[in-house]
Design a protein around this ligand. Structure first.
Ligand SMILES: CCCCCCCCCCCCC/C=C/[C@@H](O)[C@H](COP(=O)(O)O)NC(=O)CCCCCCCCCCCCCCC
Length: 202
């Protein structure tokens, strides 16, 4: 996962194929956490599949990177700035924005896990990260679902085994390296979306 996210950024752009690979790896972590997370995992997979569909489709070349996708969709008026059009596959830009917002949550959560010094409750760290980030973009109903899922998070020690380490010091290194890659990917995406006025796509 670190490798995929790390090789996804070039200069000021993101290679979409690697970015989606990073997300597929994250989904594997989520699946390892138990069936309570299936709903969230499926929602994430749906977004990844929409983007992969564009990448494999007839205009696939235009979806090679974040910048080429934005350019292509703006030029072809695929991006809807006012309403979410029903009965149409959502644009790549709108779909990636949902993943991008979730990446901020992940950055804050993994940072908290890494800095926890082996103490503290994972569910509290997760909820706290969520309230500070992704919750702002979710409806009341989705927020309730998320709150319930957080309670099912395993304790720190078990989380460490999910990221394949045993001691806190190892976990800290793995988690903070991951955060570092996520921050880079997040910042590039944020810059591109800000420049194009696309941070609030419905
Ligand atoms: C590790 C525990 C996982 C906790 C996940 C925390 C995030 C909570 C999000 C829960 C809500 C998901 C349900 C659906 C939301 C959608 O409404 C909403 C908007 O889409 P729409 O505009 O098309 O309607 N979708 C989204 O915001 C996308 C959400 C994507 C969630 C990604 C979660 C990534 C989790 C990665 C876990 C990695 C664990 C690593 C452990 C060491």
């Amino acid at each position: 996962m670190i490798k995929a996210f790390h090789s996804s950024f070039i200069e000021n752009d993101i290679i979409l194929g690697e970015y989606l690979e990073g997300w597929r790896e994250l989904i594997k972590f989520m699946d390892a956490l138990g069936t309570v997370f299936t709903f969230i995992s499926q929602e994430t997979m749906t977004k990844v599949n929409i983007l992969q569909g564009y990448l494999n489709g007839e205009n696939g070349k235009s979806y090679r990177t974040l910048l080429t996708m934005v350019k292509f969709e703006l030029e072809n008026e695929v991006v809807n700035f006012k309403e979410f059009p029903p009965n149409r596959v959502p644009s790549g830009c709108r779909t990636l924005l949902r993943l991008h917002r979730a990446l901020k949550w992940l950055e804050v959560f993994l940072y908290k896990l890494g800095m926890s010094e082996g103490h503290g409750q994972t569910s509290e760290m997760c909820a706290d990260a969520y309230h500070k980030t992704l919750a702002h973009h979710h409806s009341w109903f989705i927020r309730q679902v998320a709150e319930v899922a957080f309670l099912a998070l395993p304790p720190l020690k078990e989380m460490y085994t999910v990221v394949c380490v045993q001691k806190h010091e190892e976990a800290k290194t793995v988690l903070l390296t991951t955060v570092d890659s996520i921050v880079k990917v997040y910042n590039i995406t944020q810059e591109v979306y800000t420049m194009n006025g696309m941070l609030d796509l419905p």
